[in-house]
Design a protein around this ligand. Sequence first.
Ligand SMILES: [Zn+2]
Length: 477
Amino acid sequence: MPPQRITPRSENFSDWYNQLVIAAELADYAPVRGCMVVRPYGWALWENLQAALDKRFKATGHENAAFPLFIPMSFMEKEKEHVEGFSPELAVVTVGGGEKLEEPLVVRPTSETIIGHMYAKWIKSYRDLPVLINQWGNVVRWELRTKLFLRTLEFYWQEGHTAHATADEAQEETLRMLDIYADFAVNEAAVPVIQGRKSDSEKFSGAVNSYAIEAMMGDKKGLQAGTSHFLGQNFARAFDIQYLDWNNQLQHVWTTSWGLSTRFIGAIIMTHGDDQGLILPPKVAPIQIVIVPIFRNDDEKSKVMPVVEKIQAELTDFRVKVDDREEVTPGFKFNDWELKGVPLRIEIGPKDVSKGTVAMARRDVLGVEGRVFVPQDNLSSQVDETLTAIQSSLLGKAKAFHKENTHEPESYDEFKDIVSHGWAYTWWCGRPHCEQKVKEETKATTRCIPLEQPHGEGKCIYCGEPAVEKVYFARAY
Ligand SMILES: [Zn+2]
């Protein structure tokens, strides 16, 4: 088995990404075009992301439940914008058990409709509110152009669906979940994000307002990494979700939905990876430390392995893997774990045994600079400090990159230049016409209208008319 070779990121970002996902054994192509198989290493990463999110959902009062994969076609048709938005992407089942079905069933592209149907049954009075439910599951959207993790026919995600007595409460929930996504992205995955509102053309089909966290990838393209929608009473009216209020009057509820998917794995790969492969943030890495024993013969092996075992036993607070394969060289192992992005490597050879040391090598700082010898005593606290340093260094680097590649254009000519290699932060009048023209002429779309806005007003970068909001424009995945 020769060492894996992938196209360097600096040479071709897209090839690098596609090859890396396969070579690092995160995912593979499925027999059905556009579908993916998530391999154990990729799934372990997803499980860590799930755990970090699930903890935050529960801490804010949400409960998990499971709704069916199949949705009656007529449900989809009840909310006009929703069905218009999703129709081109629906997978529909027309035969079941060898019989043509009376009503076709949609494989869920998202679950607002079926959950709305159930909420209508469960919610009777203001005492039943709020309803705060999340579902972990998979959905299907028949995409034409696919890329592993970023856009596949079937993907895994969580979708939160909440119902509230008032618009204010639902709006508050929408922004609370957006905050949770941002906190998760920054503090668990070291992915800096901008929180903002989507423009009308970019919002979720059926929402009053959509909000998103937007991240900058290593090729400076934007990636929508999580969304939270204020649905107003659109689904409550379509599904007749009503409650008796404090005055015994029937009212429609106000709903929200919010989701984050396996696409986020793509965000981690494209934010932190380098020419050598993945770099996983320690907090979410399936393996935080790989221990590589180094010996040339049985005599050395008999000295090294007991120390390896002793150290492994001391590091039980961390996710540790001992690579004791004997059919490959240590050099091969170093490359292999660098490709897979394990944050920290510990090497133990005969010299280390006699000196009471180990070599510790950081994945984010390759070469001699990132490799130090440390005493075996008190290794656990050394490791802890180093993992913390790696986590914070990754975030710092990603933040600096985001800043370096975001510019404020003075003119449309300058704007065109900026969005060819970065993000533009600029005034926009809010008219879909200007947004559309910018998209046609530069391929850049509005990423989001940041929640934090400067005071005053400016001139739309496209038409020069007065504008009251500043927006991020970028080419995006
Ligand atoms: Zn304009």
